[in-house]
Design a protein around this ligand. Structure first.
Ligand code: PRP
Length: 206
C-alpha cells in the first residue's frame, strides 16, 4: 500500500522544502516537522494495551503502546528525520543503516550496519526522505528482514513512481508513507521536480 499524505500542513511544508531559496537550517527544520507529521500517519495502526491510570479524581482507562518501535534512518539523509519522531516516541530504539548510491551504477553500497544478532523491536520504520530508483529502500528492507524484522514500514518525503514500484515488487508487505509521489527520475537518478539532494541540503555539503 502507498499512502500519500493529504494533510495541508504536509503540502505546505513540502512546498517550502522544495524551494531552492530554503537554506540548510530551515531545510532541517522542515525535514524534522514533515517526518513527525508522516510518522503520525504511519503509526496510526500500532497496537495498544488497555491499562488503568489514576487521575487526581478517579481511575480512568488508559493505553500503553503494545509494540516496540525501531527507527531506522538510512544515512545520511534519513538522520534528519529521527529527532522529531524520537521526541514523540522516546521509547523507540534507533538503528542506523549506512548506504550510499554509487553515482555511476545507482546501486546502493552498504557501509554501516551494527544491528544486534536478533531483533529487539516489533515494528521498524525505515526513514529516508528520498525513494528514487528504490535500490536503497529495497536493500534496507532486505537487511531488516534478514535480521528477523516482522513488520517494516517505509516513511519518506518524496518518491518517484519507479522507486515505489521497485519497493512494492520486492517487498509487497511494506507500506509506503510518503508526502508526495513526484513525476519521474532524470537520467542521473534524481527525482523531478523534486527538492535536489536531501543529504547535501541538510548538511550544507552541496
Ligand atoms: C539518497 C537518498 C536515498 C537514496 C535514494 O542517498 O537519501 O538513500 O539516495 O536513491 P535510490 O532510491 O535510487 O536508492 P545518497 O546516496 O545521496 O546518500 P547520502 O544520503 O549519504 O547523501
Amino acid at each position: 500500500m502507498v499512502y500519500e499524505s493529504q494533510h495541508p500542513l504536509v503540502k505546505h511544508k513540502l512546498t517550502l522544502l522544495r524551494d531552492k531559496r530554503t537554506k540548510a537550517k530551515k531545510f532541517r527544520e522542515l525535514i524534522r516537522e514533515l517526518a513527525m507529521l508522516l510518522c503520525y500517519e504511519a503509526t496510526a495502526d500500532l497496537g495498544v494495551t488497555e491499562i488503568q491510570v489514576e487521575t487526581p479524581m478517579e481511575t480512568a482507562v488508559g493505553y500503553d503502546l503494545a509494540e516496540k518501535v525501531g527507527l531506522v534512518p538510512v544515512l545520511r539523509a534519513g538522520l534528519g528525520m529521527v529527532d522529531g519522531i524520537w521526541e514523540m516516541m522516546p521509547g523507540a530504539e534507533v538503528w542506523h543503516i549506512g548506504l550510499y548510491r554509487d553515482e555511476k551504477t545507482l546501486k546502493p553500497v552498504s557501509y554501516y550496519n551494527r544491528l544486534p544478532t536478533s531483533p529487539t523491536v516489533e515494528v521498524c520504520l525505515v526513514l529516508d526522505p528520498m525513494l528514487a530508483t528504490g535500490g536503497s529502500a529495497v536493500a534496507t528492507v532486505d537487511i531488516l528482514k534478514r535480521w528477523g524484522a516482522k513488520r517494516v514500514k517505509f516513511v519518506g518525503i518524496l518518491a518517484a513512481p519507479t522507486g515505489i514500484q521497485r519497493l512494492q515488487e520486492a517487498h509487497p508487505d511494506v507500506p509506503i508513507h510518503i508526502a508526495k509521489i513526484d513525476q519521474r527520475l532524470n537520467d542521473v537518478g534524481f527525482i523531478l521536480p523534486g527538492l535536489g539532494d536531501a543529504g547535501d541540503r541538510q548538511f550544507g555539503t552541496g
